[in-house]
Write a protein that binds this ligand. Sequence first.
Ligand code: HEC
Ligand code: HEC
Length: 377
Amino acid sequence: MNKIPLVLLAVALLATSGTCAALSDEEELGKLLYFDTNLSTPVGQSCASCHEPSAGFADPDNGLSVSQGVLPLNRFGNRNSPTAAYAAYSPDFGTITEDDETLYAGGQFWDGRAKDLVEQAKGPFLNPLEMNNPNKRTVIVKIKNSEYADFFEEVTGVDLKDLSDSNVELAYNKVAEAIAAYEGTSEVNQFSSKYDLYLAGDVQLTDEETLGLELFEGKALCSQCHPSEPGPYADQALFTDYTYDNLGTPKNMDNPFYDLPRKFNPEGAGFIDYGLGGFLKSSGTMGWENEAGKVKVPTLRNIAVTSPYMHNGVFGSLTEVVDFYNTRDNVSSNWPAPEVAENVNIDELGDLGLNETEVTALVAFMETLTDGYAAPV
Ligand code: HEC
Ligand code: HEC
């Protein structure tokens, strides 16, 4: 602990706010790695660049539907950055049984392709559309040259001077484990929203927020997939059951990914995101067709500060999202066709019959889910 240069520690501490339990050495190391902008090629991008604490651990750049990589010239990923907060509660990717039905659940990324947070954390450093390092060794050499190199060795027991393949592999695993440990802390998962304070009996919701909550759990069916009560994965409500669904979300024609060079996107504007189905197909899993177009139900914690919305960032505001749930199937509404027409959920959304007051109330309720709520004194 005493080996972390104070400057670095101060920078890392300034980057987050709120009251938090002290971090363990491994969590502290994970935090230094999470905020280190030297770990990209060229330097300048850290995990926090796309999962920024003040933006609910999602992408602060609200002007864009998807995230820009470290290479500025037209390098975009094809998906919207989800929040990294509360991701720690997602169970390992697998199947669950619900009402005699076997469903996919858990994992990381919109399509579940990383089993858990450790596997997830290994991705961004090497992704050419994200932090763009050519290989694991590059990342480890950067850490070897960092101010916290001694601290890294002390915490992990790995000798950074040994750059043999097997040792680089070991060190890289420790990097991912430390980041995952940090993502599991109460600094990232604060449970400090107005809704949490309301459940604890410390504040009251306004009439509008109360109506929103009633609709959320009732007529609007939101809690069917975004549970507002504690469930199997945490003692607090996570606002996701980590299952997968195709809501019939339209394609986002403004996605800059469509304009990428063929090397990164051979299909151009014809690119279709099959979500979970795409991942299962690529891993040779039978029955992938039944999962085409489905993506993981995201948490709604901090949702008011993590626009744009949906896996492709097609919607800019919460009102637009609720309008979509409310009127997707109305003949008079003009929503574009689903990106993937198969497996669209027609049972729990599409024609909810909400009036304007009810739509506004649902949005007001979702705005109570932002962490760091300070009760008026
Ligand atoms: C260039 C922007 C960018 C950078 C840098 C980045 N991410 Fe992400 N992150 C994303 C996007 C986009 C996704 C969704 C990708 C997908 O689903 O295919 C994502 C997904 C995730 C998820 C999954 C959350 C969930 O609910 O499934 C976690 C956790 C995460 N990132 C953590 C990290 C960590 C840790 C780092 C640093 C090692 C990092 N990210 C760097 C953009 C970024
Ligand atoms: C059948 C399950 C289901 C129901 C019911 C449901 N959602 Fe969702 N929700 C999802 C899935 C899956 C996504 C991601 C869809 C995508 O990216 O295409 C999502 C995305 C969202 C998002 C955007 C999240 C983000 O990080 O971009 C919001 C906001 C949201 N839902 C709110 C609601 C509200 C409000 C209701 C009730 C009116 C509701 N949901 C009902 C499954 C559901």
